[in-house]
Write a protein that binds this ligand. Structure first.
Ligand SMILES: C[S@@+](CC[C@H](N)C(=O)[O-])C[C@H]1O[C@@H](n2cnc3c(N)ncnc32)[C@H](O)[C@@H]1O
Length: 218
């Protein structure tokens, strides 16, 4: 068995601390309790990782305001630094959990919610943690404005099929569905790669994609 070098741990922890400091020092990054709910967000990504997917979308649509949300500030700071370096000002980064979304945004305010390569939580007993669980779908429905869209990309077919079942059972209207996004005819924006997507495509996986609208309240 190979030996682990204790110095590596020290360096790793220092790096992580350093990345958290970069998050804290960036004017584009917010802790949950620093965030101003009245900021007029249009598009959000939940479980955004580095948030680089939204940075690219923000660079293409300067008239839309984007918010990347993740529990991990050391990841988000990477997207924030890229946005700063590229002079992109219409994307912000919030360290928060998905179950806090209703405290971050006004009801009926968002035009689009992105979920990309969400953790699949394959064990049945953990299904409540999947970001496409009906409890989360209810929150997304309350935050989306009329005609707003939930857009989902994933490599894992089991997770994707389960997600489609939840969407259908909860009455979401499916507008676009593809089991091979990069061979499909959908808008080029949808094909912007997230870091995980880049990795899975490189390994030969196909990307599943669904774009849908919330059920109308009666
Ligand atoms: C597999 S990564 C995908 C990252 C990014 N979307 C991408 O495609 O490159 C999943 C991300 O979701 C975040 N995450 C998982 N559960 C979350 C939750 N309940 N609230 C916020 N973020 C969450 C994790 O911290 C992780 O960064």
């Amino acid at each position: 068995m190979s030996q682990l070098n204790p110095d590596d741990f020290i360096i790793t922890r220092k790096r992580k601390k350093y990345r958290f400091a970069l998050f804290a020092n960036s004017s584009l990054c917010y802790e949950f309790d620093e965030w101003d709910k009245s900021w007029p967000a249009d598009v959000i990504e939940v479980g955004a990782g580095t948030g680089q997917f939204l940075v690219e979308l923000a660079s293409r649509h300067s008239d839309r305001r984007y918010v990347a949300i993740d529990v991990k500030g050391d990841r988000l700071q990477k997207g924030a630094r890229e946005a700063e370096a590229r002079g992109i000002k219409n994307v912000l980064f919030v360290r928060a959990r998905a179950d806090q979304l209703a405290e971050l945004f006004q009801a009926n305010s968002l035009s689009q919610i992105w979920l990309t390569f969400s953790d699949p939580f394959p064990k049945k007993r953990s299904s409540g943690r999947r970001l496409t669980h009906p409890g989360f779908l209810d929150t997304y429905r309350s935050l989306l404005r009329a005609g707003g869209r939930l857009s989902i990309k994933h490599d894992n077919l089991d997770f994707f099929h389960w997600t489609l079942e939840q969407l259908v059972a909860e009455g979401w209207q499916i507008d676009e569905l593809s089991f091979d996004l990069h061979e499909s005819q959908v808008d080029e924006d949808y094909k912007v790669l997230t870091p995980y997507e880049y990795r899975w495509l490189g390994e030969g996986s196909k990307i599943n994609f669904v774009d849908c609208r919330a059920p109308q309240s009666s």
